[in-house]
Design a protein around this ligand. Structure first.
Ligand SMILES: [Zn+2]
Length: 96
């Protein structure tokens, strides 16, 4: 048997994409601004072609949630994980 049975069940599709250090630092900067309460004038970190849209997605099973940042123009997106019990410093940016 050459197939690995552990591959079954993971439905999440992962797109492999290179993220430059520059765009990563821009994502982090946008994340800090979102956590500070900003929702407007968040320029797309990838191409600067439009402002990011921000949507809060609460977790059902634990305290916290994540912000979904996405560019309506080029489709660039990222998520900011936020755990309420860790305060503002509990936010983590995860690359998509
Ligand atoms: Zn964009």
């Amino acid at each position: 048997m050459a197939q690995d049975p552990m591959e079954v069940g993971e439905m999440q599709e992962q797109e492999v994409r290179e993220v430059s250090d520059t765009s990563r630092s821009r994502w982090l900067d946008a994340a800090k601004r979102v956590l500070a309460g900003e929702r407007d004038n968040l320029l797309c970190p990838e191409h600067g072609d439009d402002n990011l849209l921000v949507q809060w997605i609460p977790f059902e099973s634990e305290t916290g949630g994540e912000y979904w940042l996405h560019c309506p123009c080029c489709g660039a997106q990222n998520f900011i994980l936020k755990r309420m019990n860790e305060g503002e410093n509990g936010a983590l940016v995860k690359d998509v």
